[in-house]
Design a protein around this ligand. Structure first.
Ligand code: AMP
Length: 283
């Protein structure tokens, strides 16, 4: 698997691809790849002639007390997974390649980034929008693939592409889970045995909420309360948020009448995990 660390080198490869008339897909990741990432790559490979996987732990999307330095990294394992999934190359730049020392330009967004994860991670989406914009300019893909696991991120990217007129199709991909239901995440490696067991409470509680909606419950507060109470029954869990919002605007909603996103962030010990589901009422 070809690993490119240099922006100009990547650009010249992509220019050659374009001369051949190839379409290009991009899968942005922070590496330490798992089956969730792989599902995005496989989808991208099925829809594009060439696929770039970016593998970059982006410093600007981490808050000061977050896990930037301890975030897991293993480029050799990532390369093997990308090879298997059929990717064309990995873009794996150093932070100095992506950001000038005196970088002072950022892409920021109002409203959609203020709630959910944005409440406790106020600079996170500025970092995400900035790095994704940079990757879009560097790779100039036809399509870019993002997981529904990070539902707010997907909504933010869709909005950014619309607002800033990027000529790129954003493709959302379903959440891939462990056999017991835990959403796959590079951060799951932080969990010890006891925490790994406790982490299941997040998915289990969201399933309870989803079942309520399927059974006809339309009062968001009632569903939120049931999910919250269930998560709180796990002593190792500490809730960051449980929210039910409009799936497109991410604004709070009292009634479940349109497509809604139910999202939660929960600390298990010191590891912060997120999960969600989208529900569309029928009729
Ligand atoms: P990350 O490396 O965590 O920044 O994730 C890179 C991309 O993979 C993002 O678009 C994520 O939403 C997506 N992703 C991460 N975990 C999963 C999962 N369990 N299922 C589907 N997509 C995922």
């Amino acid at each position: 698997m070809q690993i490119i660390k240099n922006i100009e080198e990547l650009r010249s490869i992509i220019r050659e691809w374009r001369k051949e008339g190839f379409s290009v897909g991009l899968v942005p990741t922070m590496g330490y790849l798992h089956e969730g990432h792989k599902s995005l790559i496989v989808k991208a490979v099925s829809e594009n002639d060439r696929v770039v996987v970016s593998d970059f732990v982006n410093p600007t999307q981490f808050g000061v007390n977050e896990d930037l330095s301890s975030y897991p990294r293993d480029i050799d394992r990532d390369a093997a997974l990308c090879q298997k999934a059929g990717a064309s190359l990995i873009f794996h730049p150093e932070p100095e390649e992506m950001y000038f020392k005196d970088n002072c330009t950022f892409v920021d967004m109002d409203s959609l980034t203020k709630g959910l994860c944005g409440r406790t991670r106020p600079t996170h989406f500025r970092g995400v929008c900035t790095v994704v914009s940079k990757l879009f300019h560097i790779v100039t893909p036809d399509r870019a693939y993002f997981g529904e696991k990070d539902a707010q991120q997907l909504a933010v990217i869709r909005r950014m592409v619309r607002d800033l007129n990027f000529a790129i199709t954003i493709v959302g991909c379903p959440i891939v889970r462990e056999p017991d239901g835990l959403a796959m995440s590079s951060r799951n490696t932080y969990l010890n045995k006891e925490e790994r067991k406790a982490a299941l409470i997040l998915h289990k509680s969201l399933v309870i909420g989803e079942e309520m909606m399927k059974a006809g419950e339309r009062d968001a507060a009632a569903v939120k309360e049931a999910i919250t109470a269930n998560i709180e029954s796990e002593p190792l869990a500490r809730i960051d948020y449980v929210e039910i919002v409009d799936a497109e605007t991410l604004e709070n909603t009292a009634r479940i009448e349109r497509s809604v996103l139910t999202a939660a962030a929960v600390y298990i010990g010191s590891t912060r995990l997120i999960d969600n589901f989208t529900f569309q009422p029928q009729g």
